[in-house]
Design a protein around this ligand. Structure first.
Ligand code: 6PG
Length: 476
């Protein structure tokens, strides 16, 4: 009997997705470039379901029912192209190649066109939830032709996480839309993590608390508005004792953050689209700055400034930080959703933003209680420009903002860097201004480059002849 679906690439994510499918009753053919991996997989998990282990790609392809559905789970970048090149000649018209890695969305568009030329169908699907999610129920963001999705919907919705009876999987849109949404998911993940790190920094250096003490605070926070996977695991990570030294593990981890690209792509795309995306972008820069470790060491003894220390009422400070974290988080999501809306308009993807929030409620890294509120916001206002404008979030930020401002002031006075907290607050203050200072920017641009400006009291563009007689002329 032929397998319903195939998975090639049996590193942990691919292996766990294949196991998840087989456990749900779908016969799965598995393949890996290095055969020993397949042998090992069959030895370890072969009895978990109806697996067919295959050695060559030809054998793999022959093991599948048609139209074939092949999940490719290899490292993003060249390896994906290499697998497609090898697979394409072995496939029949109408077969579906599904890239489930963290591919960059323009690559997905390009690969979709390449496959289409060869009569094949291509899907780029975002899968979030790490190893655990892939095995037990990830959030899945499938992009590609609607009818191709129809062929794999049963399998994908069965293996996805499920919240209140709704699978965390829905067709996102054509072409690279699925990978785009996964990219923004990761960008938001960067912002969430950076905000958590800034809260931890303040709790350590201003409130004077130890890692396990802060772990307890996060555990408490996880039962309120902030309830989410990342807040929960922050509590766990901070509570962990290092086996070697007996110190908190976080105290012996080097303070340099790595990244594989999705956060950076999100920021770059926001710049391209002209969407203000300060939270995520600052999170990417904060990781970059963390890597200037040698420079920081030297600067720490050269550049003057306050040394953070306590002095404030600790309980009040802890509560202020909680509220600042929540308000900044709302801003980061508002920005990320505004970016998806702009991308959807630019690419004609027809993204249903409420549905995106819905499939992020379970399975993925940014799963959180408050995504329910985002779903509701888009259900009642599908054309919403900015999440901050729905009453629920308007009020939430209004209630948190005094605390948020106090935290930014305290951190600034005490010399603790809070790029995400403070830039989110600046975004909020910038967004709620009817008239900002860009009039002067336009005046300067007109002075040095005759770039022209618009007037508040007339239509059209104007230029002042600054270096001639100072008179204004209409520009066309
Ligand atoms: C997920 C994660 C996953 C991965 C990130 C990590 O949704 O399951 O986002 O995709 O852990 O890509 O990204 P960095 O290595 O760039 O931090």
């Amino acid at each position: 009997e032929k397998s319903r679906i195939g998975v090639t690439g049996l590193a942990v994510m691919g292996a766990n997705l294949a196991r998840n499918m087989a456990r749900r009753g779908f016969p799965v053919a598995v393949h890996n470039r290095t055969t020993s991996k397949t042998t090992e997989f069959m030895k370890d998990y072969g009895d978990e379901g109806a697996f067919t282990g295959t050695e060559s790609l030809q054998e793999f392809v022959d093991a599948l029912e048609t139209p074939r559905k092949i999940v490719v789970m290899v490292k993003a970048g060249k390896p994906v192209d290499a697998v497609i090149d090898e697979l394409a000649p072995l496939l029949d018209s109408g077969d579906i190649i599904i890239d489930a890695g963290n591919s960059h969305f323009p690559d997905t568009d390009r690969r979709a066109a390449y496959c289409e030329e060869r009569g094949l169908r291509f899907m780029g699907i975002g899968v979030s939830g790490g190893e655990e999610g892939a095995l037990n129920g990830p959030s899945i963001m499938p992009g590609g032709p609607q009818e191709a999705y129809g062929e794999v919907e049963e399998i994908l919705t069965a293996i996805a996480a499920n919240v209140d009876g709704t699978p965390c999987c829905t067709h996102v849109g054509p072409g690279g839309a699925g990978h785009y949404v996964k990219m923004v998911h990761n960008g938001i993940e960067y912002a969430d993590i950076q905000l958590i790190a800034e809260a931890y920094d303040l709790l350590t250096h201003v409130a004077g608390l130890s890692a396990p003490e802060i772990g307890k605070i996060f555990e408490e926070w996880n039962s309120g508005d902030l309830e989410s996977f990342l807040i929960e695991i922050t509590g766990i990570v901070l509570a962990k004792t290092d086996e070697k030294t007996g110190k908190p593990l976080v105290d012996v981890i080097v303070d340099q953050a790595e990244q594989k690209g999705t956060g950076r792509w999100t920021a770059i795309d926001a710049l391209d689209l002209g969407v203000p995306l300060t939270g995520i972008t600052e999170a990417v820069f904060a990781r970059t700055l963390s890597n200037l470790r040698d420079e920081r060491r030297e600067a720490s003894t050269t550049l003057g400034g306050p040394t953070p220390g306590s002095g404030k009422n600790r309980d009040e400070l802890v509560e202020d930080i909680r509220q600042a974290l929540y308000a900044s988080k709302v801003v980061a999501y508002a920005q990320g959703f505004a970016q998806m809306r702009a991308a959807s308009q630019a690419n004609d993807w027809g993204l249903d933003l409420g549905a995106m929030a819905r499939i992020w409620r379970g399975g993925c890294i940014i799963r959180a209680q408050f995504l329910n509120r985002i779903t509701e916001a888009y259900e009642s206002h599908p054309d919403l420009d900015n999440l901050l404008m729905v009453p629920y979030f308007t009020e939430a930020v209004a209630n948190a903002q005094d605390a948020w401002r106090r935290v930014v002031v305290t951190a600034t006075e005490q010399g603790v860097a809070i790029p995400a907290f403070s830039s989110s607050l600046s975004y909020y203050d910038g967004y709620r201004r009817e008239r900002g200072p860009a009039n002067l920017i336009q005046g300067l641009r007109d002075y040095f480059g005759a770039h022209t400006y618009a007037r508040t009291d007339a239509d059209g563009k104007f230029h002042t002849r600054w270096s001639q007689d100072g008179s204004e002329v209409a520009a066309d």
